[in-house]
Design a binder for this molecule. Structure first.
Ligand code: FE
Ligand code: CA
Length: 529
């Protein structure tokens, strides 16, 4: 079956297989009141003999208490088949959607064949979920000739429709990478809401478990996002807006309320993230509220993905704003002058000591053709004017990698020292397409970097489009388009397409290729296509 036929079958099967309560002999409760699968289904983190299957039962997804309209633990059945009609079921089981995690379901399926498509669904409350496609990874070390990966970040629900997600699904990727800002905690209010195409539920800022849950629930009821998850397994990391704008490690951007209150908020946000993503057991929130996200994933001999977490363990932001008496008033990101002493403080970290060591060890042991680093920020050094005024002095934005220069340099040195081949970064956060060569201190290119623009979020400030003038290693900074990145990875090269949607305000926006790049095996850095 071709991928396109698969896709039609999958998306068409929503109607035919979506609600077959009668098949199991139970009386239908009526879909409008009781469909527990309003948030859709998803698969994630594929390995050679399986993947995670995810859903969360929520017949009333925006119930104010965050319960989804159910209480207690709920039994759930799941099935995996060779075919979308479930004639050949190859794995099945029963589990419980626990009250403790908002009735989310995380099943780790094992015993499947590597490098092939499977179809799955759930059954709960006498309702069968939509059918979806998952895919196992190729066996470790097996020769793999090609893989298609798509990358997205920054999807503020209020600012546009998720057409980029629809077009990503149409590419029938092998894997989807979400690079952060999958939700936004804040809502537009007053004059700023004038350009909204739709609103968050009750248009508040999420800060407790019920509100974070309902924010994910709202996003996941979007049909384009649900269909994307039904097309392929995903890998996820987060950025700031899954918790709060510009938070850093244990520190809020705000001085008020204090850090103890922020710890409670962060814990709630992390739990809601776990509940809504197809993550393995290692990501279950720990006693300290932490969620382990960083990991490496192999795709046969073709690629190894080193997925990073650049929020949870980082140092406080450098040189925060102060009042005249020198008292810190806000830790929110800003463009600080070059003489900020924190910029050169070697003790400051982006990844935390443990992740940094883990990353460097991984690089030194790599054997795959491509060393791919999906993460949430722009890695390229980004000198920028402090204001949009002509003649403004230059500085660094304190929330990005440029605000953590010694840590950035250590990461680049780890790549350089390990002689790891063919490193490519994919990033997000910037709300612009950015293409760069990543260089060592002495000016050698060791990696290419491709940063995806936002799915819907507002563009980066216009003056940043001049970034290549002050940063010759940055080949493109373009805030003009919203969209995603598609990458066709082969043994010889990676073909990268910047896929731009026509208009975020249109439900049926079209897509076009905005820019194309190539990275060739054995040649570090970007070649233009
Ligand atoms: Fe964003
Ligand atoms: Ca961000």
């Amino acid at each position: 079956m071709s991928l396109i036929t698969d896709r039609r079958t999958i998306l068409g099967s929503a109607a035919s297989l979506g609600l077959l309560g009668g098949v199991f002999g139970a009386a239908s409760k009526g879909r409008a009141q009781s469909d527990p699968f309003t948030l859709g289904v998803a698969s994630g983190e594929p390995w050679p003999d399986g993947f995670v299957l995810w859903t969360r039962l929520a017949p009333r997804p925006l119930e104010p208490d965050g319960s989804g309209g159910l209480s207690g633990d709920i039994p759930v059945r799941w099935r995996v088949a060779n075919d979308p009609q479930f004639r050949q079921v190859v794995a099945r089981g029963e589990t419980v959607a626990p009250d403790r995690f908002g009735r989310s379901v995380h099943v780790e399926v094992r015993g499947l064949q590597p490098n092939r498509d499977y179809f799955y669904h759930f059954e709960a409350e006498n309702v069968i979920s939509p059918t979806a496609r998952a895919r196992t990874a190729p066996a470790y070390g097996d020769r793999v000739s090609k893989m298609r990966a798509v990358f997205a970040s920054c999807a503020h629900y209020e600012r546009g429709y998720f057409s980029a997600y629809r077009h990503m699904a149409e590419e029938a990727p092998d894997a989807i990478f979400f690079l952060g800002d999958y939700i936004y905690e804040y809502s537009y209010t007053g004059d700023r809401a004038a350009e909204n195409v739709r609103s968050h539920d009750r248009a508040t800022e999420a800060s407790d478990l019920a509100a974070y849950r309902n924010r994910y629930a709202l996003y996941k009821t979007d049909p384009d996002l649900r269909d994307l998850h039904r097309m392929a397994p995903c890998f996820v990391t987060w950025d700031d807006h899954e918790v709060q704008n510009d938070y850093a490690g244990a520190w809020s951007q705000n001085m008020n309320p204090g850090d103890a209150e922020f710890a409670v908020r962060r814990r709630a946000a992390y739990q809601a993230f776990y509940e809504h993503m197809p993550l393995r057991r290692r990501s279950i929130p720990g006693l300290d509220g932490g969620v382990r996200l960083y990991d490496r994933f192999k795709w046969g001999d073709l690629a190894e993905f080193t997925m990073l977490d650049e929020r949870q363990y980082r140092s406080m932001q450098p040189c925060p704003r102060t009042d005249d008496a020198g008292k810190v008033t806000s830790r929110r990101g800003r463009t600080a002058p070059l003489n900020c002493p924190d910029f050169s403080d070697e003790k400051r970290t982006m990844l935390g000591a443990e992740q940094e060591t883990w990353m460097a060890q991984g690089f030194s042991q790599q054997t795959a053709k491509w060393n791919i680093i999906p993460q949430q920020l722009v890695v390229a050094n980004l000198l920028q004017t402090i204001s949009a005024e002509p003649g403004s002095p230059l500085g660094y934005f304190t929330d990005g990698w440029s605000g953590y220069e010694p840590a950035r340099r250590r990461m680049i040195d780890a790549i350089d020292k390990s002689k790891v081949k063919n490193t490519v970064f994919f990033g997000g956060d910037m709300h612009a397409y950015v293409t760069s060569n990543i260089k060592t201190q002495d000016g050698r290119t060791v990696a290419a970097e491709f940063v995806t623009s936002s799915v819907t979020s507002d563009p980066a400030p216009d003056h940043l489009n001049n970034a290549p003038k002050d940063n010759p290693h940055i080949l493109l900074f373009d805030n003009s388009a919203r969209g995603y990145i598609s990458a066709d990875i082969t043994q010889a090269r990676i073909d990268v397409r910047y896929q731009a949607i026509s208009d975020r305000k249109l439900k049926d926006a079209t897509v076009r290729t905005h820019r194309k790049y190539v990275v060739e095996d054995g040649k570090p850095g970007v070649q233009t296509a």
